[in-house]
Ligand binder design. Structure first.
Ligand SMILES: [Zn+2]
Length: 58
């Protein structure tokens, strides 16, 4: 996995399953500390992740 910002490959990947069953990945670059989320191979905003969590908590 390459960092979207600095193109280094030193990226930490953590798999997450959201409360509604959506599988997402969290990426964190060790080089430039860029963080991003991915759903089905597409980058999604962290606010979208939090929205899904919030919506399913109620
Ligand atoms: Zn980076």
């Amino acid at each position: 996995m390459k960092c979207l910002r600095c193109s280094q490959t030193d990226v930490l990947v953590i798999d997450h399953v959201l409360p509604d069953g959506t599988e997402v990945k969290f990426f964190w670059c060790h080089s430039c500390e860029e963080k991003w989320w991915d759903r089905d191979g597409e980058k999604i905003d962290v606010t979208e992740v939090l929205e899904i969590v919030r919506r399913n908590r109620e």
